[in-house]
Design a protein around this ligand. Structure first.
Ligand SMILES: [Zn+2]
Length: 274
């Protein structure tokens, strides 16, 4: 299928839809200036101090690293927490919101990003499902209970050159053990999934009420295919936007090669022009 035909098909789906499901992976954040952790070199560009320790993203996003080296682990997560708090979501988020305003059921979100950028851009919290959890929520590393709580009162001070937390690590208010982000890590058997499960239950209820859902998938790679699979499960009108891996079977949707913001602006221009 020609590129123009794909874009036109996408625009007609957006026009006919009564609900917009946005599915997003790490590529969505790149246009807001957030780092892409693709490959060890990409990760070390964002965290040069960890290169000296030869620690990769997989090593850092590991509950055992965090409990063994709390200052280093929280140097990494504390830095990200501050980064996401200070980030302004790019204009593509507002394009998506405007599209959804014209649809009867509005928008819902399924994302593997833990950065909270959709809520920050004004998407209703009860319409966002974060399949890998959120960095803005904490839990006990010892899982003394299934309690989770907001990270809001924790203000990390990080020595970026050493990737180390300077101030005190956050602790569990119930037992005093080290607190950790309520994020699904690698080889993680301690993640408390309750919040994500509730979000996904609400999302499925929303999906069953929508008759002609259109799915706009942004920057979701094949490495961890959860988001791509969810798009196709919710399909078949999937608009897959991805600079490197836009492939999708013809009966499941259209794949457009491009970055998130640029492609959303292009589609928006076409929608407004006709
Ligand atoms: Zn505890």
């Amino acid at each position: 299928m020609e590129e123009t035909d794909k874009l036109e098909r996408a625009v007609s789906w957006l026009r006919e839809a009564d609900g917009l499901l946005v599915t997003a992976g790490a590529g969505m954040g790149v246009d807001s200036g957030l780092p892409d952790f693709r490959g060890a070199e990409g990760f070390w560009r964002a965290y040069p101090a960890l290169k000296n320790h030869r620690l990769t993203f997989q090593d850092m996003a590991n509950p055992r690293t965090l409990t063994r080296y709390p200052k280093l682990g929280w140097g990494f997560y504390g830095h990200r927490l501050q980064l996401y708090r200070g980030t302004r979501p790019h204009a593509g988020f507002q394009i998506l919101r405007r599209w959804a305003e014209g649809m009867r059921h509005g928008a819902a979100v399924f994302t593997s990003n833990v950065d909270g950028q959709f809520q920050k851009a004004g998407f209703a919290d009860e319409r966002v499902a974060e399949c890998h959890g959120s960095i803005h929520v904490l839990q006990c590393s010892e899982v003394c209970s299934d309690a989770i709580w907001s990270a809001e009162s924790f203000q990390p001070v990080v020595d970026a050159a050493a990737c180390e937390l300077v101030n005190d690590v956050p602790v569990c208010p119930h037992c005093g053990a080290l607190a950790r982000p309520n994020i699904l890590m690698f080889g993680d058997y301690d993640w408390i999934a309750l919040r994500t499960e509730q979000q996904e239950t609400r999302l499925n209820a929303w999906l069953s009420a929508v008759h002609r859902v259109v799915i706009v998938e942004l920057g979701a790679g094949k490495a961890i295919p959860t988001v791509r699979q969810f798009s196709e499960y919710a399909g078949p009108r999937v608009i897959r936007i991805n600079p490197r891996e836009p492939g999708i079977a013809l009966h499941r949707g259209v794949g457009i090669a491009g970055s998130a913001l640029e492609t959303l602006e292009r589609l928006n221009g076409m929608l407004n022009a006709s």
